[in-house]
Design a protein around this ligand. Structure first.
Ligand SMILES: Nc1ncnc2c1ncn2[C@@H]1O[C@H](COP(=O)(O)OP(=O)(O)O)[C@@H](O)[C@H]1O
Ligand SMILES: [Mg+2]
Length: 256
C-alpha cells in the first residue's frame, strides 16, 4: 500500500527552481533512497514533505491524507519524522532529555495541567520517561542516558538523532545523509542499525545518502536528482547500470 505519494511537487526560491515536478511513491515497508550531486535539490524534497517549505506547486499525500502545507508538528503527529543533514540536538541536555522532548508531541495534557503539574500530567510525564528509557535501551544508548549530547562521539550523536525521531512514533522516517562524515566501519554499523530499526519499529524509510554501498545495500528503489529534476529511478541494479546516472553522478563521484 502507498504510504507516501508526492505528486508534481515543485519548489521555487525566487528565480531558482530547486525541485521541479517531483513524483514519488513509497509503499509500506520500503526503503527508498534519493541520490544526486550537492545542490541537486534533495534536502529541498525533504523540506517539502515535512512542510519546512510549502511546495510552490504539487501535493504531498501521506496515508491517504493530503498533508500539503500542514503545520510541521501536525505532520509529525500523523507519522513522519526526520533527521537533518547537520545534526540537530539540544547540545547541553542529556541524551534522555533529548529523547523526552521529542516524546512530548504525544502529551495530551493541556497547558494548565502541565504548568500546574496536575496528576494527569505527572502520570503522562512518568510514562514518557519510561517510554524514553525503553527506547534508549532498544537502541543500545541506555548507558549514555545521562551524558550531555555534545559529549557523545559523532556516530552516537547520529544515533541519538534517529532515537529522537523514533520517539515521535513515525511510520515514515526521513534520513538526510545519516552517514555524512562517517568512515567505512561506522557506515557499515549504521547500515545494520537502519535495517534493525526498520524491522523493530515497522518503518518505511526515505533516505538521502552519498555512500553508495549503503544506498545499494539498503534500498528497494532509488531516485536520482540532477538540478532539481528526476533523471532516473529504479532498483539498485537498474540505477548502477543507467548511463545517464553514471555520467551525471556515479562516474564522477568519489564515494567516500
Ligand atoms: N531556503 C532557500 N532559499 C533559497 N535557495 C535555497 C533554499 N534552500 C535551498 N536552496 C537552493 O536550492 C538548491 C537545492 O538545495 P538542496 O535541496 O539543499 O540540495 P541538496 O540537498 O541536494 O544538496 C540549491 O541551489 C540551494 O542553494
Ligand atoms: Mg542536502
Amino acid at each position: 500500500m502507498a504510504l507516501l505519494k508526492v505528486e508534481n511537487a515543485t519548489m521555487q526560491f525566487g528565480g531558482l527552481t530547486a525541485v521541479k515536478d517531483f513524483n514519488l511513491q513509497i509503499n509500506e515497508g520500503e526503503i527508498v533512497s534519493l541520490i544526486g550531486p550537492n545542490g541537486a535539490g534533495k534536502t529541498t524534497a525533504f523540506n517539502m514533505i515535512t512542510n519546512v517549505y510549502t511546495p510552490t506547486k504539487g501535493k504531498i499525500i501521506f496515508n491517504n491524507t493530503d498533508v500539503t502545507g500542514m503545520r510541521q508538528d501536525i505532520i509529525t503527529q500523523t507519522g513522519i519524522a526526520r533527521t537533518f543533514q547537520n545534526i540537530r540536538l539540544f547540545n547541553d541536555l542529556s541524551v534522555l532529555d533529548n529523547v523526552l522532548i521529542a516524546n512530548h508531541v504525544h502529551i495530551k495534557s493541556n497547558f494548565i495541567e502541565a504548568t500546574l503539574k496536575l496528576p494527569k500530567y505527572r502520570r503522562e510525564e512518568k510514562e514518557m520517561i519510561e517510554k524514553s528509557l525503553d527506547l534508549l535501551e532498544e537502541l543500545g544508548l541506555q548507558d549514555l542516558r545521562y551524558e550531555k549530547a555534545t559529549s557523545l562521539p559523532y556516530g552516537k550523536q547520529r544515533k541519538l538523532e534517529i532515537a529522537r525521531a523514533l520517539a515521535t512514533n513515525p511510520k515514515l522516517l526521513l534520513l538526510d545523509e545519516p552517514a555524512a562524515g562517517m568512515n567505512p566501519t561506522e557506515t557499515d554499523e549504521l547500515t545494520a542499525f537502519i535495517k534493525e530499526i526498520k524491522e523493530k519499529f515497522n518503518l518505511s524509510i526515505f533516505m538521502i545518502e552519498h555512500h553508495m554501498n549503503m544506498v545499494m545495500g539498503l534500498s528497494d528503489k532509488i531516485q536520482v536528482f540532477e538540478y532539481g529534476i528526476t533523471i532516473a529511478e529504479g532498483t539498485p541494479s537498474e540505477i548502477q547500470n543507467d548511463k545517464k546516472v553514471i555520467d551525471a553522478y556515479l562516474g564522477v563521484s568519489e564515494d567516500d
